[in-house]
Design a binder for this molecule. Structure first.
Ligand SMILES: *[C@@H]1O[C@H](CO)[C@@H](O)[C@H](O)[C@H]1NC(C)=O
Ligand SMILES: *[C@@H]1O[C@H](CO)[C@@H](O)[C@H](O)[C@H]1NC(C)=O
Ligand SMILES: *[C@@H]1O[C@H](CO)[C@@H](O)[C@H](O)[C@H]1NC(C)=O
Ligand SMILES: *[C@@H]1O[C@H](CO)[C@@H](O)[C@H](O)[C@H]1NC(C)=O
Ligand SMILES: *[C@@H]1O[C@H](CO)[C@@H](O)[C@H](O)[C@H]1NC(C)=O
Ligand SMILES: *[C@@H]1O[C@H](CO)[C@@H](O)[C@H](O)[C@H]1NC(C)=O
Ligand SMILES: *[C@@H]1O[C@H](CO)[C@@H](O)[C@H](O)[C@H]1NC(C)=O
Length: 475
């Protein structure tokens, strides 16, 4: 049952070498599938999904009471299911087995486990106001590993007047992000909503519009090619159709193709609101989202394109329908693409008495539910500090002191990482640890000599398909 073996050298970094037994892998895979299936049947998830989607479709026809969707599960049941999914999908259980080269188990070896990176990204919306604010920069970089610019990459921002391009702000913001290892999404190449086109763009003939839009695509994509973690190519393509109306129904697929040809290694996203937020949005329900995605990928020349699912996640004042969120995310997860929650916030009715308490409660529910879907690779909070504008919610005030929302997010960030952990091997030389997926540095201290050895490696179920990890102390 040895999946990997690692010799530790004194104070050196060694990349792990794992010998995989294929027969064993196959068995694990089959068992995993069976477990997964049993779980699905037991939880009744597949059933709920079907009902909900039918309901969602009916609602647009008849209108029905949202209370009929109210959860039949208790809060504790939701929570324990979410925790189970988080354990399965985000964490890896490992048994570190410490031995000497003569195979003798080392009892009492100390393992200092340090999480270097996380596979999951916490992100935040960023605006140009961060540029001259060192305190905000420090705050941002200390918390987040991902960002989306609110407006600074949009066409109306970089080319307000025809031919007068100005990339000063996004250049500066991207430089800051790069310097701090913050990955950035390209939001957005084009936007299908007529409301957000420059006056001069709205006036163009179809022929001139195509020229101008192609020039825009080439300009922004060539400038940042290879530096971004993804592009929103056509924002809100399901609700709006500014470009389709003027350039034909394949317009967006053609723009995706153009971006793909310039920046082929970057993931191209759709980015939409109301896909998980509202059961009764007839434009952007998950099936419609997937249908459009399929169409874009099926367009000639697009088949090699890496795509991802962007969900804005602007939740509204009412209690969030977690059933609908769960089933939407489950359905979207089935296509095997990365899902990014790109602009997550929870808007409260200003007239509501307990709005700030309720906002935190709803936000926690939605974050826990979202995090329990392993296909959700990042959650971008909209917004951070109040200097970026607090139209819906903020993590801090202008002095960068936490709001209750900020406290909640800090608490969850702490909960969803392994951080620094210390364990001691038992009489069989074994230490069991459950670790959030990511990169780790493990330092092993020999109990007799106190000499320490170090190794860094990636933890996830693909890198470490067997839970036994052998670490050999060289003497
Ligand atoms: C194995 O090696 C360790 C460390 O050198 C030593 O302390 C131990 O006695 C050895 N065990 C056997 C069975 O040789
Ligand atoms: C470009 O944008 C920067 C930042 O907003 C501004 O300071 C500068 O004046 C702009 N340049 C031109 C030529 O408008
Ligand atoms: C895309 O990535 C592949 C593999 O990493 C690399 O060989 C290729 O040069 C990249 N293409 C571009 C245009 O950067
Ligand atoms: C989302 O859908 C609901 C229901 O159709 C609608 O009331 C709401 O305005 C939509 N949100 C946005 C931002 O358009
Ligand atoms: C859209 O593209 C498809 C190929 O995917 C093609 O068959 C169809 O004719 C195109 N429609 C228009 C209006 O260009
Ligand atoms: C407001 O919140 C407090 C504390 O959570 C609770 O005791 C009270 O009943 C709430 N009031 C309303 C109107 O919901
Ligand atoms: C190893 O460290 C422990 C505690 O830090 C100490 O008690 C012990 O004497 C040290 N052993 C050696 C061989 O240095």
């Amino acid at each position: 049952m040895i999946s990997g073996s690692q010799k530790l050298r004194k104070d050196s970094f060694v990349s792990p070498h794992f010998v995989l037994d294929l027969t064993e892998l196959m068995t694990t895979f089959i068992i995993f599938l069976l477990l997964h299936l049993c779980f699905l049947l037991k939880s009744g998830e597949a059933q709920v999904r079907k009902d909900l989607i039918t309901n969602a479709a009916e609602k647009t026809l008849n209108g029905f009471d949202e209370n009929t969707l109210f959860s039949p599960y208790t809060k504790q049941e939701w929570r324990s299911y979410q925790d189970k999914k988080i354990n399965e999908g985000r964490k890896t259980q490992l048994n570190f087995i410490i031995t000497y080269p003569n195979k003798t188990a080392v009892k009492g070896a100390k393992l200092h486990i340090k999480q270097l990176t996380s596979d999951f990204h916490w992100g935040c919306g960023m605006t140009h106001r961060i540029i001259n604010n060192p305190a905000y920069k420090k705050w941002f970089a200390s918390k987040f590993t991902a960002a989306d610019f609110h407006n600074e990459l949009k066409w109306y921002y970089t080319e307000p007047q025809p031919g007068q391009e100005n990339y000063t702000d996004p250049d500066t913001m991207l430089k800051f992000a790069d310097e701090h290892g913050i990955i950035v999404r390209g939001h957005t190449v084009l936007w299908d909503d007529v409301k957000y086109q420059q006056k001069w763009v709205k006036k163009l003939s179809p022929k001139k519009l195509l020229q101008a839009a192609n020039k825009r695509v080439d300009s922004v994509v060539k400038r940042y090619k290879g530096r971004l973690v993804g592009w929103d190519v056509m924002n809100e393509n399901l609700h709006h159709n500014f470009f389709e109306k003027r350039l034909g129904k394949n317009a967006s697929a053609i723009f995706y193709n153009r971006v793909y040809n310039i920046d082929p290694n970057t993931t191209l996203y759709m980015n939409e609101f109301n896909t998980t937020e509202h059961v009764n949005d007839k434009w952007a329900a998950p099936e419609k989202y997937l249908r459009r995605l399929k169409k874009i990928r099926a367009y000639p020349g697009n088949n090699g394109m890496k795509m991802g699912i962007g969900l804005q996640c602007h939740y509204g004042a009412k209690p969030i329908d977690l059933h609908y969120v769960r089933n939407s995310l489950s359905l979207l997860s089935q296509v095997g693409l990365p899902i990014w929650l790109t602009e997550l916030d929870v808007k409260m009715d200003p007239a509501l008495e307990n709005k700030s308490q309720l906002q935190v409660i709803y936000l926690e529910e939605i974050l826990r539910e979202s995090f329990s879907h392993a296909s959700v690779k990042a959650i971008i909070i909209w917004t951070g500090a109040s200097i970026d504008g607090c139209d819906v919610m903020c993590m801090t005030n202008e002095k960068l002191e936490n709001t209750p929302v900020g406290d909640l997010i800090d608490r969850l960030m702490e909960e969803w990482k392994t951080g620094n952990t210390e364990v001691v091997s038992d009489s069989n030389g074994i230490s069991k640890v459950s670790m959030f997926n990511g990169r780790y540095e493990v330092t092993v201290v020999d109990p007799f000599t106190n000499v320490s050895s170090r190794v860094t490696f990636k933890v996830d179920k693909v890198s470490l398909p067997d839970e036994n990890v052998h670490l050999q102390i060289l003497v």
